[in-house]
Design a protein around this ligand. Structure first.
Ligand SMILES: C[S@@+](CC[C@H](N)C(=O)[O-])C[C@H]1O[C@@H](n2cnc3c(N)ncnc32)[C@H](O)[C@@H]1O
Length: 214
């Protein structure tokens, strides 16, 4: 939990409680339904929660936007982001229904009312549109782009920075990926915005990990 406070200082008491509750909830539920490797569960806050929040450190989602998390598994990055952005709606989708049970239990336990879940393959979701898609460790970028395209409405929003400059964020796919991505990205013919997580977080584990924003 300390590692979150090292990088984020503005949590409300409610957010602090919600983040703190994740450790016991995930440890208990992971023993019943394995969603996090045994090796990684002790680094929940670094490898799962902070990793998910790298998206929050990069894209300040405005209130009211809707986000789909493709292949959310036990709720990453969707659950930490939903705690971070209480006024943003998150729809967490996975093709394996039992994994979503953990999310429903976490949601109930910490009162995460901006989260919905759906048991479906991403490419089979019909009649829903979102402002952004997020995803971690699910599929090659080409597949994620294909699956997310029909789910995304077109749009953009502008954030005024402290120094008066403005940054425009276009609706799109934001995914967490690692390793050598050149071939995977070239195959899509896109030129994503790449954010190196080692520029955000000093821990060794974040080396060679990126946010890919298309
Ligand atoms: C390696 S896990 C990652 C889970 C989570 N995003 C995380 O980082 O902890 C990949 C997940 O993607 C899901 N998945 C794979 N293909 C999918 C698809 N086409 N639609 C929805 N979920 C999918 C799998 O069921 C699995 O839960």
């Amino acid at each position: 939990m300390d590692i979150l406070l090292k990088y984020f200082s503005d949590f409300s008491p409610r957010q602090l409680q919600q983040f703190a509750a994740l450790e016991d909830l995930y440890k208990d539920w992971n023993a019943k339904i394995n969603v996090i490797s045994r090796k990684d569960i002790d680094s929940l806050y670094e490898k799962h929660v902070l990793h998910s929040l790298s998206i929050a450190a990069t894209v300040p989602f405005p209130d009211g936007v809707e986000i789909v998390d493709i292949g959310t598994g036990g709720g990453f990055p969707g659950v930490p982001l939903a705690i971070f952005f209480p006024n943003v709606k998150f729809h967490l989708v996975d093709s394996i229904g039992k994994k979503l049970k953990i999310i429903e239990a976490v949601k109930e336990a910490i009162g995460l009312d901006n989260v919905t879940t759906q048991h479906s393959r991403a490419e089979e979701i019909k009649g829903r549109k979102f402002d952004f898609a997020v995803s971690r460790a699910v599929a090659p970028l080409g597949d994620l782009l294909r699956w997310s395209k029909p789910l995304l409405r077109k749009g953009s929003f502008t954030i005024k920075e402290g120094d008066g400059s403005e940054t425009v964020f276009r609706s799109g796919l934001i995914c967490l990926k690692g390793g050598d991505l050149a071939e995977e990205i070239n195959a899509t013919g896109t030129r994503p915005r790449m954010i190196e997580l080692s520029d955000l977080f000093e821990e060794e584990w974040f080396r060679d990990k990126y946010i890919v924003y298309v």
